[in-house]
Design a binder for this molecule. Structure first.
Ligand code: ATP
Ligand code: ZN
Length: 451
């Protein structure tokens, strides 16, 4: 069996992945807060953990992997959006979840096995908070419940920092109801204008961190294998998840392997809604960029490295996928290449696996197609956007015009046809051996009409 190796944030080392139960490998990834279209940065964890999900299913069997990714549908940013638009919260969250599914499906990301909405698990959160209070790890003050950070001695272990260092570096809210500035909210009061639920501490709503602890416990248990998310979530969100889960369920170890993707950047800064330096996945799709082109660009960089989206990368990926689609148009799907699987198993070396696809593209087409599909490319679901472009007639015509020009020594007709083809995004290769045409970046079949 393939040994998967993963860089575990917890140990800061690459480790062999050994599941708790190979019959049921369990992964939890922090999902989006749903009030707006996902930006391209938000797509990065989706694609990275999609690759891990595919790899786990390949190695352990499709029925032996459970992947959970939540929707945060209760949050002050959602409340603010509802207040600003006058729309009911549920309309906003339902619509955003629909968009999220459409956009991520377009990128060829498989849906997780379970996608719990936080608002459907409030009871589980209340139970966990009661348990934390009973065990002395949390306290109630003025309708708030707070986690007592100093009661958990391993706090900060994931990031490898001490509590005091973290306080110094973080913007922690000092509030009169806190025993210690580091303590964070598990439950807070709601008024008539904010969503709320009845609880032992009055009408209120959960803090963000407790959502993931409660839902992962309910769906995956007190110990599970992999926890993922962007590295912007490592502190405080993941430190807080660990503190809550390990204190409420000391019998379990929470997540054994922690994986964090680096950020998609714009000019050296994290793409984010708050900085306003973002564009959405939908913007790209609406510009006519196929989802699998976005996928190829995003997986071209290892998840542990920051990356930029550039138009150059987009154009190269588009050309590559066009060629790959042409190569595999009428080809049956063979077996996935073992070397490609091994490459991915080495801490999700997606860039290496893509390099392997380039090699495979020159060999047996059935193996190549299976391997590309394994990585989520060239699937029918993504649309045959580039397949079946038959440029033979144009190549024949250009060859004939060139043959005539050889006689007359007037090459203007050759140049004109060549230019028209290039304007349509066709790559023109002319040599003594003949004429070769390939659909290139920005290929537009409509512009071929009349040539
Ligand atoms: N620029 C980025 N690059 C990679 N991953 C990102 C980026 N921005 C957010 N993420 C990840 O997207 C996922 C969804 O997060 P969430 O919906 O909370 O977005 P967010 O962090 O609120 O976005 P923003 O920071 O733009 O407000 C998380 O795993 C988060 O780490
Ligand atoms: Zn989370």
């Amino acid at each position: 069996m393939t040994t998967i190796r993963l860089h575990n944030t917890k140990s800061r080392k690459k480790e062999d992945f050994v599941p708790i139960d190979p019959q049921n490998v369990r992964m939890y990834v922090c999902g989006p807060t749903v009030y707006d279209r996902a930006h391209l940065g938000n797509a990065r964890p989706v694609l990275v953990f999609d690759i891990l999900y595919r790899l786990l299913r390949h190695v352990y069997g499709e029925k032996s992997v459970t992947y959970v990714r939540n929707f945060t549908d209760v949050d002050d940013k959602i409340n603010a959006r509802a207040a600003a638009t006058g729309r009911p919260i549920r309309d906003i969250t339902d619509e955003t979840i629909g968009w999220y599914h459409d956009d991520m499906d377009s990128l060829g990301a498989m849906r997780p096995d379970q996608e719990p909405r936080a608002t459907e698990w409030i009871g589980a959160m209340i139970t966990m908070i009661e348990d934390l209070i009973a065990k002395g790890h949390a306290y109630e003050k003025e309708g708030h419940v707070l986690f007592r950070v100093r009661s958990y001695e391993n706090y900060g272990a994931l990031s490898g920092r001490s509590v005091d260092d973290m306080i110094a570096g973080a913007r922690v809210e000092v509030a009169p109801f806190k025993e210690d500035p580091m303590d964070f909210v598990l439950w807070k009061p709601s008024d008539a204008d904010t969503p709320g639920w009845d609880s032992p501490w009055g009408y209120g709503r959960p803090g963000w961190h407790i959502e993931c602890s409660a839902m992962s416990y309910e769906l995956l248990g007190a110990s599970f294998d992999i926890h993922g998310g962007g590295n912007d979530l490592q502190f405080p969100h993941h430190e807080n998840e660990i503190a809550q889960s390990c204190c409420a369920h000391p019998e379990g170890g929470f997540a054994n392997y922690w994986l964090h993707n680096e950020m998609l950047q714009v000019e050296g800064k994290k793409m984010s809604k708050s900085l306003g330096n973002f564009f959405t996945v939908r913007d790209l799709l609406d510009q006519g960029i196929p989802g699998e082109v976005v996928r190829l660009v995003m997986l071209g960089t290892h998840y542990g490295k920051p990356m930029d989206w550039t138009d150059k990368k987009r154009a190269e990926a588009e050309q590559t996928l066009r060629n790959w689609r042409n190569l595999t148009a009428d080809v049956d799907v063979g077996e996935v290449d073992a070397e490609l699987v091994d490459t991915l198993a080495d801490d999700l070396n997606t860039a290496g696996a893509i390099a392997r696809l380039y090699v495979l593209a020159k060999g047996d087409a059935a193996t190549f197609k299976a391997s590309a599909r394994f990585m989520g490319f060239l699937t029918d679901e993504l649309g045959e956007w580039a397949a079946g472009v038959d440029l033979t007639a144009y190549a024949d015509k250009l060859a004939a015009v060139r043959a005539a020009a050889m006689e007359t020594k007037d090459f203007s007709a050759v140049d004109a046809l060549k230019k028209a083809l290039m304007d349509a995004g066709v790559e023109v290769r002319m040599s003594k051996a003949g004429v070769e045409l390939l659909p290139g970046a920005g290929f537009d079949a409509a512009k071929l009409e009349g040539l």
